[in-house]
Design a protein around this ligand. Structure first.
Ligand code: FAD
Length: 394
């Protein structure tokens, strides 16, 4: 197996195999929305997950013993790149990349048996219950409590911004089991069935006029003690595994930025301004070239990040640099795409002939949705802080 990205791919047919897989079975109306920088709907992402699982590719980054592919960075890069080229979606990551790896790293054998296969097969959809109204960037100030009561923990509190809680079958929740120790030490991680009595949600609509996120109310929710991950009070520590996984999630999403480059180029190649095409106008051509150069530069950083991850090496601030740059470029790219479409941006959906009955046109939705990327997964300011500390020693 290739251990870094400079080693030749051991299987020369792999690229062809992946390309063939993606050339079939990605519906045109998925591609249209992905071109616009939008996510697919949950039922479509589940169908996609099932399709990948049936092919043995359900968990590209997981080790083989848990049903993953065991791919090295070269194969992962090829896989994501071909997916991006084919306008296939990126897999939904909260089960696959957030809680799945915590379960296989720290969970009990029963938890592994019970929870890993349905993540892989797309039967369970997980959401992340970390942020609270008073605890976002400063997550250690979270106040949701978990009190032991016999074979159960009883949880009370409120989470917010819980993406896709309205479709999730399960939620993983950080809650305080002790107020005695250092703030980070009294926190535990729980796996909770969304049908548990006492859990309720209220939608938050974001400015793209969609319902992605929710408030999650936790009112005397009884969670079996066997659903505590690892040891009580060590949930914060387990969360650190996410730092490693998140750099892979960011790496894959950064690879998908090439879809935005293609969308801008396509729109500018069709848009006439007077007698010339927008793409031939020097000012616009230069903006597009600059955007593409920056996307390529980011992808080189991504390949380094993936090689580090494969070697188990620390990337220093590189994960934060990629996250920061990716969100900046996605926002700049979708704005450029709206500019390239011009008036068409306001009725782009109609041109696609999509049967969706929502009012917001895709182009604008994509541009507005991109704003959240500098907030979730650690805000841009927090990433700047990390870079300052780790790269500049400030
Ligand atoms: C669309 C969306 C989906 C989300 N999905 C989920 C989810 O599924 N599960 C989940 O648990 N959370 C989720 N979040 C929450 C997200 O992780 C938090 O919004 C994020 O961590 C910021 O926290 P906050 O909103 O409390 O803002 P705050 O932490 O209050 O920050 C407010 C402002 O202050 C700045 N700031 C804060 N601290 C510092 C500092 N030390 N130095 C410099 N500047 C600082 C921030 O950058 C920001 O600009 C989601 C958020 C959004 C918008």
């Amino acid at each position: 197996m290739a251990s870094d990205l400079t080693t030749a791919n051991p299987n020369p047919d792999f690229k062809e195999e992946v390309r063939e897989f993606f050339s079939e079975g990605i519906p045109e109306n998925w591609r249209t929305r992905l071109r616009a920088g939008l996510r697919l709907e949950p039922d479509e992402l589940i169908a996609y997950q099932k399709k990948l699982a049936a092919r043995g590719w359900g968990a590209p980054t997981w080790p083989k013993e848990y049903g993953g592919t065991g791919w090295g960075p070269q194969q992962l890069y090829t896989f994501w790149r071909e997916a991006a080229n084919a306008y296939a979606p990126n897999q939904f990551h909260q089960g696959l990349e957030l809680i799945g790896p915590i379960i296989f790293s720290y969970g009990s054998d029963e938890q592994k048996k019970k929870f890993l296969p349905p993540i892989l097969n797309g039967d369970h959809w997980w959401c992340q219950g970390y942020s609270e109204p008073g605890a976002g960037s400063d997550l250690a100030s979270l106040r949701t409590r978990a009190d032991r009561d016999g074979d159960f923990y009883v949880l009370n509190g409120q989470k917010t911004w819980t993406s896709y809680a309205h479709v999730a079958t399960h939620v993983f929740v950080l809650a305080r089991t002790s107020t005695e120790a250092k703030r980070q030490q009294g926190i535990s991680l729980f796996l909770i069935d969304m049908t548990s009595p006492g859990l309720s949600i209220r939608p938050i609509r974001t400015m793209d006029e969609k319902h992605h996120t929710n408030e999650l109310f936790i009112d005397n929710v009884r969670v079996p003690a066997e659903n505590l991950v690892g040891e009580e009070g060590r949930g914060w520590e387990y969360g650190k595994v996410l730092l490693d996984r998140e750099r892979m999630v960011t790496a894959s999403t950064a690879i998908f930025l090439q879809q935005t480059v293609a969308a801008v180029r396509d729109a500018a190649s069709r848009r006439k301004i007077g007698s010339s095409l927008l793409i031939d106008r020097p000012v616009f051509a230069s903006k597009l070239a600059q955007f593409e150069i920056e996307v390529r530069a980011l992808q080189i950083m991504v390949r380094r990040l993936m090689a580090d991850a494969a070697r188990g090496a620390q990337s220093g601030p590189r994960g934060s640099m990629v996250k920061l740059r990716w969100s900046q470029l996605l926002q700049a790219g979708t704005a450029l795409w709206v500019e390239a479409l011009g008036p068409e941006a306001s009725h782009f959906r109609a041109l696609t002939g999509s049967p969706l009955d929502e009012d917001m046109p895709y182009a604008l939705q994509g541009a507005l949705y991109s704003r959240v990327t500098s907030i979730y997964g650690g805000t841009s300011e927090i990433q700047h802080n990390i870079i300052a500390r780790r790269a500049l020693g400030l």
